[in-house]
Design a protein around this ligand. Structure first.
Ligand code: ADP
Ligand code: ZN
Length: 432
């Protein structure tokens, strides 16, 4: 049941001692980079003198902007000769950031991805189809190396080409897939079109879904359609990529691998720590990386630590599914709204289809939100009063959660843009 029982069930004092040891090595390594060398000098920090993890609080946090400002080599802490791989972030919020890996970094990364997959029950007898983009994006090769580490037959299918994906699943009896949740929902249409029932016609039993926020309702919808059990996978290229935190069979929060990452949770406004259980922004420090260690990285991802032990016996703390990035927050008529709130409501309404888009506009100095929602085709064929009733229901349900009344436009299936990568949920047409 455990990939590495000793480390996964390590008691907290031993884990903290290990973190401390690794932090010291990380700080010494980080000093070799131009950026951290300057920062250490600025704050008068001697990495060799760091006694406790708390000493880290003297250091300013690192942001995506810092990485962008020092593009491409400012954070590099190893000799270029020792690098074996480069990846980048997806660029969801602007210019991508670059991350370099040594052979040891790749090895460490593969080990936590393997640990994560193994935790969900994946074994060498499984057939793993990786439906994520291969290339600079970390979701392709990151999972690929983890799956090979387990010894599973790994199909590097890459993203898109839906019909071929389904064919591969059937021909090679894929048991496990890695897929972006919005794309998995889109793919349900293609299954229906081909009259292939994944429960009957495939051997799928498990899916790793991640890379973008999604709700529990979305998970249920996917599990119901495909008949698999799905596990939330969280990661970010700056830390390595996937494998940072992963759901266990209890499906109640994601264990964050604290032997590899030091976890802080802060209030994004005041930057002060928030206690376990309270929502905050996740801040991470790499503990085993040589090529490009990153200290106190502001992920901009909002979540909370779930207090208390997990029934699976692992001692690494759990985070709740990511609510969204701080950047994703929309402020409409003074109300803070995250796209996941819209998604969660929509996924629970019968008749709603597979895709939606939030459009923001500014008219007469007022921000307006329109939610375009794909609904099932039969609504456009029958009595249009049913369509109107569905529209009203959506307005009411959304209003009960987001507290403002959005405009809702119902559209036909497959009429909104589909992404093979992370879904773009918000189209912001507001002009400043
Ligand atoms: P980018 O930050 O440009 O999207 P990455 O490919 O490194 O580039 O993506 C990492 C980010 O993706 C995370 O910081 C987070 O916002 C999002 N993400 C990754 N996995 C999940 C997940 N399981 N749930 C929600 N968001 C996720
Ligand atoms: Zn668990």
């Amino acid at each position: 049941m455990y990939w590495d029982k000793e480390i996964e069930t390590i008691d907290r004092p031993a884990l903290e001692a290990l973190q401390h040891k690794r932090l010291k090595t990380t700080l010494q390594q980080a000093r070799k980079s131009l950026h951290y060398d300057r920062i250490f000098k600025e704050v008068g920090m001697d990495p060799d003198a760091v006694k406790t993890v708390e000493d880290l609080e003297k250091l300013p946090m690192t942001t995506k902007e810092d990485l962008r400002d020092h593009w491409p080599y400012g954070f590099l802490a190893a000799s270029r000769d020792d690098l074996v791989r480069m990846h980048s972030s997806s660029g969801t919020t602007g210019q991508t950031t670059i991350v370099f890996h040594t052979a040891n970094d790749i090895d460490q990364w593969a080990s936590i991805v393997a640990r994560s997959m193994y935790m969900t029950g994946m074994r060498k007898s499984d057939v793993f189809q990786n439906m994520m983009t291969y290339g600079l994006f970390t979701g392709g090769l990151g999972f690929h190396y983890g799956a090979e580490r387990i010894g599973a037959l790994t199909i590097p299918a890459g993203a898109g080409n839906s019909k071929r994906q389904i064919q591969l699943m059937r021909d090679f009896e894929t048991t496990t897939i890695h897929i972006i949740p919005s794309y998995a929902l889109h793919l349900t249409h293609v299954f229906e079109e081909l009259a292939v029932d994944p429960r009957r016609d495939t051997k799928l039993k498990r899916a790793f879904i991640g890379a973008e926020p999604h709700s529990e309702k979305m998970r249920k919808k996917l599990e119901d359609f495909y008949g698999f059990k799905s596990f939330n996978s969280y990661g970010l290229s700056e830390m390595c990529g996937p494998g940072v935190a992963f759901e266990c069979p209890a499906q109640n929060g994601l264990h964050i691998w604290e032997d590899h990452f030091l976890v802080e949770m802060i209030d994004p406004q005041t930057l002060k720590p928030v206690p376990d259980g309270e929502e905050g922004e996740l801040v991470l420090t790499t503990l085993v990386r040589d090529g490009m260690p990153i200290l106190r990285y502001r992920t901009k991802d909002l979540t909370r630590i779930i207090p208390g032990p997990c029934e699976c016996g692992r001692t690494h703390r759990r985070i709740e599914r990511i609510k969204g990035r701080t950047d994703d927050m929309m402020i409409i008529k003074g109300v803070n709204i995250f796209p996941i709130q819209i998604e969660r409501k929509l996924m629970g309404i019968p008749g709603v289809g597979n895709n939606f888009l939030i459009v923001l506009e500014r008219v007469d100095f007022t921000d307006l939100m329109t939610v375009k929602v794909e609904v099932q085709r039969e609504y456009f064929m029958g009595d249009l009063r049913q369509l109107e009733a569905l529209r009203r229901r959506i307005v009411e349900e959304l209003k009960s959660d987001i507290l403002i009344t959005p405009k809702v436009d119902l559209v036909e299936p497959d009429s909104l843009p589909v992404s093979e990568g992370k879904a773009k949920r918000v189209l912001d047409n507001r002009k400043d």
